[in-house]
Design a protein. Structure first.
Length: 294
């Protein structure tokens, strides 16, 4: 199940196929080998969607009288696709780009889901249209053994942080690490939770996650130790709270280099609360729903 949009231009406007293709390649992602599809996937947010160019085939075109023309508009043969049964933040990220794409190139969308003439898309309205069906489909296809529920608000907070992660990293520079937030689920009851990683007591931004995985490398009794330690956010802040200070991004804290060095011994000595491999497993974003049967 997917949500599709088709892009049109006004008849009196000259917008070439190459111009649209170049815009997508320069502002979204490089095209496939045939220059017919732009499949975008954000490694930080795990959002994905695609644009396609459906090249007209003169040999298979319908008779002219079978074509229903749209007054004052021409089909560009470009389309957009976004799947349903995804967290609502997929729509937030995708339609943000769709709106800018149309505004920059002077394009309009024909929306078969809305049964309307071509119009200028508004990200907020497109999200609302898409998410109405998205939530219905998620509820209808919810499987307690395969899918997990997390509210739109909670998911959006994770998306907002991950979406801005690279910008925060560039702002802080190489002396700090801005980790990604991951979705996991508990093996015992399929309950979802969030996790981030703190590597070798480096200076980091600490987002608001349920758990933190500490990855360590240190010497003990003349041996090199490499291990991981899973602790809750509550335990971590109880142990290291004095080393972290507030950061200028919602619900985040930061540990600066001097404090990170001072925390080294405590970092290497902290005991795990759980073994990650036994406790939980990664939750694929395709199995994270914002709706479930009542």
């Amino acid at each position: 199940m997917s949500y599709d949009l088709f892009f049109y231009k006004q008849k009196d406007k000259e917008i070439s196929t190459d111009k649209i293709s170049d815009y997508l390649s320069n502002n979204l992602v490089a095209a496939n080998e045939g220059n017919t599809q732009w499949f975008f996937e954000n490694k930080d947010t795990e959002v994905y969607f695609s644009f396609d160019y459906n090249e007209p085939d003169a040999d298979n075109q319908p008779e002219e009288e079978d074509i229903t023309p749209i007054d004052d508009f021409d089909d560009t043969n470009f389309s957009f696709n976004l799947n349903f049964m995804r967290p609502a933040f997929f729509g937030t990220e995708a339609f943000k780009f769709v709106e800018k794409f149309c505004a920059d190139l002077g394009l309009f969308v024909l929306n078969p889901q809305a049964d309307s003439d071509p119009y200028k898309p508004n990200a907020h309205e497109e999200i609302s249209i898409w998410n109405k069906t998205n939530l219905w489909a998620s509820k209808d296809h919810f499987d307690p053994m395969q899918t997990c529920y997390l509210s739109e608000e909670e998911c959006y907070k994770v998306w907002e942080y991950n979406f801005n992660r690279r910008q925060l990293q560039e702002k802080l520079g190489d002396g700090y690490f801005v980790p990604k937030i991951f979705f996991f689920k508990k093996k015992q009851n399929n309950e979802p939770f969030t996790l981030t990683i703190w590597t070798e007591h480096l200076p980091i931004v600490l987002p608001a996650t349920d758990y933190i995985l500490l990855t360590r490398q240190y010497k003990k009794f003349f041996r090199n130790i490499k291990d991981t330690v899973l602790v809750s956010r509550e335990k971590l802040l109880n142990e290291f709270g004095n080393y972290f200070v507030e950061f200028d991004f919602p619900d985040c804290k930061i540990i600066h280099p001097n404090n990170a060095n001072q925390a080294k011994n405590k970092f290497n000595a902290i005991k795990p609360e759980k073994e990650l491999a036994e406790f939980a497993e990664r939750l694929a974003v395709e199995n994270l729903f914002n709706a479930k049967p009542i």
